[in-house]
Design a protein around this ligand. Structure first.
Ligand SMILES: Nc1nc2c(ncn2[C@@H]2O[C@H](COP(=O)(O)OP(=O)(O)OP(=O)(O)O)[C@@H](O)[C@H]2O)c(=O)[nH]1
Ligand SMILES: [Mg+2]
Length: 295
């Protein structure tokens, strides 16, 4: 039997559920998720392997207007992912009407890679009011004539298997790039940093915009089998630093506990996590800093 493989670029506005859908398609959490826009910052790969097909999903940051240098980097990442894609998986939040930017995504895809197939996942169907179903699906269908489309709930899992089998069907003939057990291209060290960032976004959702970054300074396996992780949360100013640390260190403690549990769940090993907070003024506009942080 011929083997099939291909690349699926996952694009869409911030916060529509791109990372949630990838986790759901893979049946495993590889990408962090938060209620804040601009959670994803790089083109993380998620790899789905079946007996005869391998699908490489490339998560991207929400396509948006660049306000910061970091945003520009993120837009370039989305563009690069679409360029290389066999299929563009375009995710929208079907409970909302499309924004003016979303109305331009089809054009963006067409200009970047006209031969890519487009699959639109109309996500958050669990929150869609019955009276809006026809109206909203029609509006989104009108944005891209050639797109295959499906109503899904990434969170509840509705129609996720359908999306999975449709995408597998769209894969061209190709080699197997990854081993069966490789589900992402990110190291556990980097994923641990991401889980710490996710935890910080979770607790700080009302306090601080997305201006935080995480650096993993040490990731060491100790003799007793425990993993020791030392990480720094980078913030933009002293006020943010105070918020992240919290009263008597209560916030940083809560962030650390949640992150440690999530990391332990991922690597199935005990973790000793030590977290520091550092101010790097205006890091989102500093090319040097961005490089240092791996963006
Ligand atoms: N009710 C509901 N919520 C969802 C669904 N999918 C995602 N969410 C929520 O939407 C929010 C954003 O999800 P993410 O997966 O981080 O979205 P994203 O598109 O990756 O966001 P960025 O990385 O910031 O561009 C989170 O709070 C998710 O729990 C869904 O199907 N239904
Ligand atoms: Mg994301």
């Amino acid at each position: 039997m011929m083997y099939k493989s291909g690349v699926v670029a996952v694009v869409g506005s911030p916060n529509v559920g791109k990372s949630t859908l990838i986790n759901s398609l893979l049946g495993q959490k590889i990408a962090i998720v938060s209620a804040k826009p601009q959670t994803t910052r790089d083109a993380q790969r998620g790899i789905l392997t079946t007996d005869n097909t391998q699908v490489i999903f490339v998560d991207t940051p929400g396509v948006l207007r660049p306000n910061y240098l970091l945003d520009r980097t993120m837009l370039a990442i989305a563009r690069g992912a679409v360029q290389d894609a066999d299929v563009v998986l375009w995710i929208v939040d079907v409970t909302k009407k499309p924004s003016s930017e979303e109305r331009r995504v089809a054009q963006f895809i067409e200009k970047t890679n006209a031969s890519a197939k487009v699959y639109m996942a109309m996500n958050k169907s669990d929150l869609l009011k019955p009276k809006d179903v026809i109206k909203h699906t029609n509006i989104y269908r009108g944005l891209c004539d050639k797109a295959i489309w499906m109503l899904v709930s990434a969170k509840r899992g509705d129609n996720v298997d359908k999306v999975k089998s449709d995408i597998i069907d769209l894969m061209p003939e190709g080699p197997k790039y990854y081993e069966n057990d490789e589900i992402t291209d990110k190291s556990v060290r980097d994923l641990s940093g991401e889980l710490l960032r996710e935890s910080a976004l979770y607790f700080l959702r009302h306090e601080i915009p997305h201006g935080i970054a995480v650096l993993v300074e040490e990731f060491i396996e100790k003799e007793d089998g425990k993993i020791e992780i030392i990480a720094t949360i980078v913030v933009e100013n002293n006020r943010h630093k105070g918020v992240v640390i919290g009263k008597n260190g209560s916030m940083i403690k809560a962030i650390g506990i949640r992150a440690r549990r999530e990391i332990e769940k991922m690597i199935e090993q005990s973790v000793y996590l030590q977290t520091f907070v550092k101010v790097e003024a205006d890091w989102r506009n500093d090319n040097n800093q961005l490089k240092h942080m791996g963006y």
